[in-house]
Design a protein around this ligand. Sequence first.
Ligand code: BYC
Ligand code: FE
Ligand code: FE
Length: 471
Amino acid sequence: MTSIDYESKIPNNVELSSDKRLQRALEHWLPKYLDWWHAMGPTDFETKDVYLRTAVGVDAEGWAQFGHVKMPDYRWGIFLAEPEKGRKIGFGDHLGEDAWQQVPGEYRNWLRRIIVTQADTEPASVEQQRLLGHTAPSMYDLRNLFQVNVEEGRHLWAMVYILHTYFGKDGREEAEELLERRSGNPDHPRILGTFNEPCESWLDYFCFTMFTDRDGKFQLLSLAESGFDPLARTCRFMLTEEAHHMFVGQTGVGRVVQRTAELMKAHPGRSPREFGALDLPTLQKYINFWSSSSTDLYGAEISSNSANFFGSSLKGRAWEMKKHTEHTALDQVKELDVFENGRFRKEQVPLRNALNEVLREEFIEDNQKGIEYWNRILAEQGIAERLRLPHRRFNRQIGMYAGHRFDPDGNLLTEEQWQAKRDEWLPSLEDRSYVKSLMKPVTEPGKMAGWIAPPPKGINGQPLDYEYVKG
Ligand code: BYC
Ligand code: FE
Ligand code: FE
């Protein structure tokens, strides 16, 4: 096992101290990162002691140590999953060759692009969430927000380590730019659409961690298969942290559903809004917005990039080795419903060109399970209404459905029909201002805002009324 260096400025299991040039380059990036964190992170909470999990190693016990920490003192480290001895490339044109420990020259640009795109989402999400601490519905939730924030910061470190180590001067330049783009800034935006959307309320936040962090899960799963071994190992470790982010989203929305259902049951025929909570139609609109925006994060249905990334053995499918038996994806097709000139037709697309859609389908299936979990909460309260996932065509900005209008069942609409219904399907200004009006901070340990049910248990075996955030 690689030894873990706790003493250096940058905790790591990559023997950073044995590469002085790299260490200096990263130590040079560190103050710039901290400047970014001070400006764009949860700035107003820097003096608070937060009960955080810190990764100090990659083995089962080592990677989660809990204790109160001030966020700027969080030890953002560089951790790669343990190397797999004699690992071979598992898919694409290089199937069966030794996994690469260096960047293959002919794929350098594609690989850099994938890594930069992945990296860019991490600080973007911190920027999107930076003001939410002011309106947390409980101290438990406040702590979870900050946990997610510091881990997204660590994910940025993970990618910057790779850029610095394997991409020389261009890598260092990319690392600087990652601190310069800004979520939602029209002149210098983040790369992918969803990461420029405002995340103004805790309902946005829970939907974001449910759906957008789940894109993280699936993209990381496919990069965890990469023939470029350092990337694969980095992503494998990131996935352990990602699970908590989706837990926050899944259970966060679940607790909202719980509270809403309890009020509907106690007051039949009246809107939970009358009791300062959220009604199901509003909830559904937020689900529609964040799930559709996150569905765009897989790129176009038919994509030469996806064929190139897979063919070059840089980006596999989710669970490529576990789930698939054929790993070249050659001489195979995927039948897609192609939408062109206002009509649908079936088309047999070469599989490699359809891999964005393959990954998107995994994502949709996982989302559906999340919806079913929320619907069980409704059923347990005896509520007949159900939540749903909108059709994948709904509200898309990327790919063949972009620029056209579809309802949540996937039926084609005219612009007029869409405009007439839009506010029934996506949050209206009125919905947004109502949701924002509920966002009042609750800071007493163990207390919850009136629009959300308490979680069944606290963090790391601590009671719910534990002081997760102090000072
Ligand atoms: N918005 O062939 P196309 C996470 C661009 S989330 C804007 O359609 P491709 C996290 C595309 O870049 C995981 N632009 O798509 C979650 C290309 O641009 P250029 C993030 C988009 O390349 C929460 C053009 O459209 N990781 O970790 O096959 C919190 C045509 O490309 C969008 C990754 O994404 C969009 N939605 O696939 C914190 C993994 N979609 O080159 C963290 C790395 C596409 O023409 N990324 N475009 O300027 C990739 O593998 C691929 O780049 C994509 C796109 C799957 C994103
Ligand atoms: Fe992340
Ligand atoms: Fe995440």
